[in-house]
Design a protein around this ligand. Structure first.
Ligand SMILES: Nc1nc2c(ncn2[C@@H]2O[C@H](COP(=O)(O)OP(=O)(O)OP(=O)(O)O)[C@@H](O)[C@H]2O)c(=O)[nH]1
Ligand SMILES: [Mg+2]
Ligand SMILES: [Zn+2]
Ligand SMILES: [Zn+2]
Length: 392
């Protein structure tokens, strides 16, 4: 399925829009209010036009080749017919996987994007293709926002609210199809309030929502860890996972994205293994999937997805959540108010593997844990990586 990397709307197979983005073009600028609502910034275009599929056309329609601005002669950009933001020229023949990261402030969304990207590059290479950042269709400089921190060891600044953060990657040809991955980061602050300053309705049209929640936002766990980890800020009522999830579900509305419910920063819980605490036995059990690395293995020439192991992990995380007084989260997902149960899984992830120390990331380097698991799930669902049957 082809989708817009900004508003996540499906590509209209009957219409194609083009605009001139040349800042020196003499034509008058036109504001695009819907794109501005999604971006949280001004967005204007110069000359624009639309091509419509002839009513008697049969088969897969493609707009005619290159389009040029009649004022300045520049090649025009293809644009989304819904939000009017620019999209790749070959979008009609491509598959776009749309992923949104959601969660309260400081749940590790931005760190996860940086770390996922590093693992993703390796995965795509193993699939005999290559990962490329698409600056033109991204709102964010990935190096500055997501990679630099890992290289320098400085913590990530909070994502500013009210403005879009999005990155788009080309994954090359996989399984006979051109693939793209669009990721939208959201400021926790935007999800903690009832109505954000930017349009977040794209959540309902995502293929996957990675909902991160910090187990330390649950008071009983925070108290147990008090002397074991650096002091944590006490979350406010707005930052409670159930409150944020409720807002996310409201934005999803009647949409049907896959929902990955992630117990984030699970490293904090893993340190409980050696201590006397009601949940210590879960993490001290060497057989649990919660302390073992991802189950991605090779299938023939490339990576495969271990369906059984993934389901087992989801079950284990679900029961751990129940044990941690996280029942409210499980109920909201499994028995939602609007009666629409989304396709969902529970995950346990840690982007850093250890707590940051003041302004610096863990001094001994980062040791990520299962960060790519939610993406592997959606890639498997979309046929990008094949299933493997685990040997028992
Ligand atoms: N222990 C532990 N701490 C983490 C982990 N990932 C992130 N953190 C901590 O959480 C802080 C916030 O991470 P961010 O990725 O900026 O959080 P965010 O969800 O993007 O926050 P907003 O942009 O404000 O919504 C980091 O600076 C780390 O201190 C992890 O895997 N383990
Ligand atoms: Mg952030
Ligand atoms: Zn022009
Ligand atoms: Zn769009």
């Amino acid at each position: 399925m082809s989708k817009c990397p900004l508003c996540f709307s499906d590509l209209d197979p009957t219409r194609a829009r083009f605009h001139c983005a040349n800042s020196e073009c003499s034509e008058e600028s036109t504001a695009e209010p819907l794109a501005e609502a999604y971006l949280g910034n001004k967005f204007t275009v110069k000359q624009h036009r639309e091509e419509v599929r002839p009513s008697d056309f049969r088969g897969t329609w493609r707009p005619s080749g290159d389009q040029f601005c009649t004022s300045c002669g520049h090649e025009m950009e293809r644009a989304c017919t819904v939000c009017r933001y620019q999209i790749p020229q070959d979008i009609g023949e491509s598959d776009v996987t749309c992923v949104a990261l959601a969660g309260a402030r400081a749940t590790g969304k931005s760190v996860s994007i940086g770390v996922m990207r590093l693992f993703l590059e390796k995965l795509i290479e193993e699939l005999r293709s290559s990962l490329n950042f698409e600056q033109r269709y991204s709102r964010t400089d990935e190096r500055e926002e997501y990679i630099e921190q890992i290289l320098t060891g400085n913590i990530y600044p909070p994502t500013p609210p009210g403005t879009a953060r999005s990155v788009m990657y080309s994954l090359g040809q996989i399984g006979g199809k051109r693939r793209y991955l669009a990721i939208r980061d959201i400021a926790g602050e935007d999800l903690e309030v009832n109505s954000s300053r930017i349009n977040l309705s794209f959540l309902g049209r995502a293929d996957l929502i990675i909902f991160l929640f910090d187990p330390l936002a649950i008071r009983s766990i925070r108290d147990a860890l008090e002397n074991l980890i650096p002091p944590q800020e006490r979350p406010s009522a707005e930052q409670e996972p159930q409150r944020v999830l409720q807002n996310v579900l409201r934005y999803i509305g009647s949409g049907r994205p896959h929902l990955a419910v992630c117990l984030a920063k699970v490293d904090a819980l893993q340190t409980l293994a050696g201590h006397n605490n009601p949940i210590s036995p879960v993490f001290a059990n060497p057989g649990t999937t919660l302390v073992r690395e991802s189950t991605q293995r090779t299938q023939g020439a490339g990576p495969g997805y271990d369906v059984d192991a993934a389901e087992l992990l989801s079950e284990e995380v679900r029961s751990t959540l129940m044990l941690l007084n996280g029942t409210v989260i499980v109920n909201m997902v499994e028995n939602p108010a609007n009666k629409t149960v989304l396709p969902h899984r529970f995950f346990a992830t840690s982007a850093l593997g250890d707590a940051a120390n003041g302004q610096v990331l863990p001094p001994r380097g980062i040791t990520p844990f299962r960060v790519l698991d939610p993406l592997l799930w959606i890639f498997h669902k979309k046929g990008i990586i094949p299933a493997i049957v685990s040997a028992r």
